[in-house]
Design a protein around this ligand. Structure first.
Ligand code: LLP
Length: 436
């Protein structure tokens, strides 16, 4: 089945009995065991993608560190895989930072991003011995310099630049970050980047070791990376005193969500980034820094599948057929927020070859915008059927909410026929345990 081959995790297969298995586990059995909704992660898939990123980049640029963009899904069990595969972690809050440290990620490999880190978070980072704080603003430069002064330390930092590279319309404006009109980073075009580098030189307690930029997410072409790297390296070539030890063009590597989506392969991203970096550095006669890349979605997105049960079905003749499931915008806000598109399969009707009907899959939350998939062709669905939505591993559970006071789903990982809980389902009492 095309959709299973193209957008389900690596280990997915349909058995001779017409059952969907992921990681050797029958998904319908898992639905019985855990109840729906739930998310399932294919551990082997995650491991394979980590290996692919390591191999494709390191074979072309040996001094590369792959860093997991943990905002896509921060979780103890996922960090364990990240650690085993030698990846670092990109964190954006005291929460992600603490979890990464707790899971044993080497502080040398933790990159602390964010446009408005608090003083408490910066102190936490310094206490944890982070050498890779990615400073995003003049305010943060002043704050971190004075904290470092008070602690008698010289803090290594990177700074985030904004190289004004536009992305095409396939990237939502909410997730486009490397343009002039952005809250992130020091812009090159208005002189802020130059000002920041000169200011750091005059500061006693900050040591600039690297440059970062992140253009957006997802980026469906290699071209923005090429343009971004060229522009930033050319800009940096004028700072003769700058000892560039690290260089990061961020993350943003796209993955197909639907069978129509076309995205570059990891090899193509790696070729473009490594070749452009090597050529630009050679052109300006600059030494080779460590290359840092930060895939988040690409590592975790395709490994995750959301599983829902169908409840109410409402057919409005000649208008629309609504299929309501037991999850929705509370566990996956992406369709409502970005117009994100997904595939779905009815896992108990994989054998059904009859003509399909057009339906709209909606969630259970009290908003008309709680639409998971608009107009998809599926076999005739009955209440009680089980629907799987693939490529749900990134920015679904991590952006989940308790809207309508609905508990967030249980998350399972599967491998070699074994299933285990990696995050428990919230209970009703969890929902108001912080209320006073
Ligand atoms: N590095 C930095 C500095 C980032 O800000 C991000 C993502 C990444 C790396 C990882 O990007 P990725 O490889 O996952 O594309 N909620 C949105 C995506 C927001 C991305 C934020 N930054 C979505 O659901 O599409």
């Amino acid at each position: 089945m095309e959709v299973i081959e193209k957008v389900f995790p690596n280990t997915s297969e349909i058995t001779s009995l017409g059952k969907l298995e992921i990681g050797g586990c029958d998904v319908q059995n898992l639905a019985q065991k855990y109840g729906t909704p739930f998310y399932i992660f294919d551990s082997e898939h995650i491991e394979n993608v980590c290996d692919t990123y390591n191999t494709e980049f390191i074979s072309r640029y040996q001094n590369t560190q792959v860093v997991y963009g943990s905002k896509a899904f921060a979780n103890k069990s996922i960090f364990k895989i990240i650690l085993d595969k030698g990846l670092g972690a990109d964190v954006v809050s005291g929460g992600e930072l603490t979890l990464a440290i707790l899971c044993g990620i080497n502080p040398e490999k933790i990159y602390f991003h964010g446009n408005n880190k608090t003083e408490i978070e910066l102190k936490l980072a310094q206490e944890a011995g982070l050498s890779k704080i990615v400073v995003d603003s003049f305010h943060e430069l002043e704050l971190l310099n004075s904290l470092s002064q008070n602690n008698y330390v010289i803090q290594d930092i990177l700074i985030r630049l904004s190289p004004a590279i536009e992305l095409d319309e396939r990237t939502h404006k909410y997730t486009t970050t490397g343009i002039l009109d952005s809250k992130f980073g020091f812009a090159i075009d208005n002189g802020d980047a130059e000002k920041a580098i000169n200011l750091i030189e005059s500061m006693n307690n900050l040591n600039l070791i690297g440059i970062h930029f992140h253009l957006g997410s997802p980026i469906f072409s290699i071209v923005p990376y090429v343009l971004g790297i060229k522009k930033v390296i050319e800009f940096l070539s004028q700072f003769k005193n700058l000892k560039l030890k690290e260089f990061s063009p961020g993350g943003g590597f796209a993955v197909p969500y639907t069978i129509e989506d076309k995205t570059p392969s990891v090899k193509e991203y790696a070729e473009a980034i490594c070749n452009t970096l090597n050529e630009s550095l050679d052109f300006f006669n600059m030494p080779k820094p460590k290359l840092i890349i930060e895939p988040g979605r690409a590592i975790i997105g395709p490994a995750g599948v959301a599983i829902y049960s169908v409840g109410a079905i409402k057919n409005i003749e000649n208008v629309r057929k609504y299929i309501s499931v037991d999850g929705g915008m509370g566990d996956n806000i992406r369709p409502a927020l970005y117009g994100a598109k997904y595939e779905a399969v009815v896992i108990n009707r994989l054998w059904d070859e009859r003509p399909k009907e057009k339906v709209t899959i909606v969630g259970r939350y009290c908003e008309s915008g709680d639409i998971l998939i608009k107009d998809i062709l599926l076999p005739e669905i009955k209440s009680g059927d089980i629907i799987a939505i693939p490529v749900s591993g990134a920015y679904s559970t991590s952006m989940a909410s308790n809207y309508n006071m609905i508990p967030r789903p249980v998350i399972i990982s599967v491998k070699d026929g074994m299933d285990s809980i990696i995050r428990k389902r919230e209970s009703l009492s969890d929902l108001f345990k912080m209320d006073v």
